[in-house]
Design a protein around this ligand. Structure first.
Ligand SMILES: Cc1ncc(COP(=O)(O)O)c(C=O)c1O
Length: 400
């Protein structure tokens, strides 16, 4: 049997994720990887999950193991009303829906809205797994420009004025991959523009709880509730293996998403939802997030110092206020994929930034560096190795 001859035409738009391939290399013994985007296993609350498991079984019994509503486990949706309030989003249970990770949301969204050839407006660079989800539905992309403060509102407006886009997709806080954050003034402008064009904006926000410096910012959702779908996840503040995401949407959008999700997975894992309910209602979240921050924040400092010490001076980066990534921008004359081959041969992996652009040529000189899963010593060693690999590639090409 030849599977290739059976493939649907849409598979021609799907490539294996470059990051997943790199993560495979990263598991080679002895390899240090700044390539993934995984939370540190040290951040997982194992003892707490044991305690909550006991509570879940006692409190919900077999209901925690039964099929459940596609919209999500009612106690969790109720608990999320308060969580949303704590981040400035006013929502009733009829606006809150649970998905199998944010990824489950992105896929269902693509299924619901994208007809082959439809345009989606994205930041360049943007979250690779969102592109992968939308690619399967044969989306095309329009790039919105960004600078050090993230998405430029005027660029978004130009895109909305000149193209018929199905929706705008943005990661406004500690963006993956760039670590950049859109400040309040721009958020207000973005909200005004999205209302003016009566368009749909997806605000993907997995990282805002992981803030190491500065003050929390209002969500775009809070400024344009009827035009924005807010999506977030338990992956960075609890455990990614539970595969729990949620979104807050106008009821009409939610209802359609539920119809789509019925064909995808019927419902998100009931048992995981019950665990998350107890996590939120038992007041464990704040204390646990503080622990995660105390684990990651010093790593940011170590990586910033190492970049200062070991990278050629033409390579620019900014220390992120939160999240899980540094983004480094160098001249486009050196393709970071070539540098990554050298550094992998020396036992250090990272992700070339070009993979995060709809058009990879836009990001040849960029790279994303993750710091959550490596020790301080490993960070120093890895940054020195990548710095040396850049110099080696420059020498090879006779670049001063
Ligand atoms: C921008 C973005 N969205 C969503 C997610 C979370 O995905 P999930 O909830 O499927 O684990 C991530 C995690 O890497 C991310 O970086």
């Amino acid at each position: 049997m030849n599977i290739e001859s059976l493939l649907a035409t849409r598979t021609s738009h799907i490539k294996a994720s470059a990051i997943r391939e790199l993560l495979k290399i990263a598991t080679n013994p002895g390899m240090i990887s700044l390539g993934g985007g995984l939370p540190s296993p040290e951040s997982f609350p194992l003892a707490l999950i044991e305690e909550l498991t006991d509570k879940v079984l006692k409190k919900y019994g077999s209901a925690a193991l039964q099929y459940d509503l596609t919209e999500g486990f009612i106690p969790l949706r109720k608990a999320l009303i308060d969580y949303c309030k704590s981040i400035g989003i006013t929502a009733g249970m009829e606006h809150i829906y649970i998905t199998s990770g944010s990824q489950g949301f992105l896929d269902s969204l693509g299924k619901l809205l994208i007809t082959p050839g439809d345009l989606v407006a994205v930041e360049g660079p943007t979250y690779l797994a969102a592109l992968q989800a939308f690619n399967a539905y044969e989306a095309k992309y329009v790039k919105m420009e960004t600078d050090d403060e993230g998405l430029i509102p005027e660029s978004m407006e130009e895109v909305l004025k000149n193209h018929k886009v199905k929706f705008v997709y943005t990661v406004p806080t500690f963006q993956n991959p760039s670590g950049k954050t859109i400040k309040t003034k721009r958020r207000e402008q973005i909200a005004e523009i999205i209302k003016k064009y009566d368009a749909l904006l997806i605000e993907d926000d997995p990282y805002s709880a992981l803030r190491y410096s500065g003050d929390a910012l209002p969500t775009i959702k809070s400024m344009a509730p009827d035009n924005v779908v807010y999506v977030s996840t338990f992956s960075k503040i609890f455990a990614p293996g539970l595969r729990l995401g949620f979104f807050v949407a106008p009821e009409q959008v939610g209802r359609w998403m539920v119809i789509v999700k019925q064909g995808v997975d019927l419902n998100t894992c009931t048992y995981a939802q019950a665990l998350a309910t107890e996590y939120l209602t038992g007041d464990y979240l704040d204390a646990h997030v503080k622990k995660i921050i105390s684990l990651y924040k010093p790593k940011v400092d170590v990586m910033a110092d190492a970049l200062k010490d070991y990278f050629p001076e033409e390579y620019k980066w900014t220390k992120p206020d939160g999240g899980m990534f540094f983004w480094v921008q160098g001249p486009n004359t050196i393709d970071m994929e070539d540098v990554s081959k050298i550094s992998i041969s020396k036992g250090v992996g990272f992700v070339p930034g070009k993979f995060f652009y709809p058009n990879p040529d836009d990001g040849l000189g960029t790279m994303r560096l993750n710091f959550t899963c490596v020790s301080h010593e490993q960070i120093k060693h890895a940054i020195k190795t990548i710095g040396d690999s850049i110099k080696e590639e420059k020498d090879k090409r006779g670049i001063k």
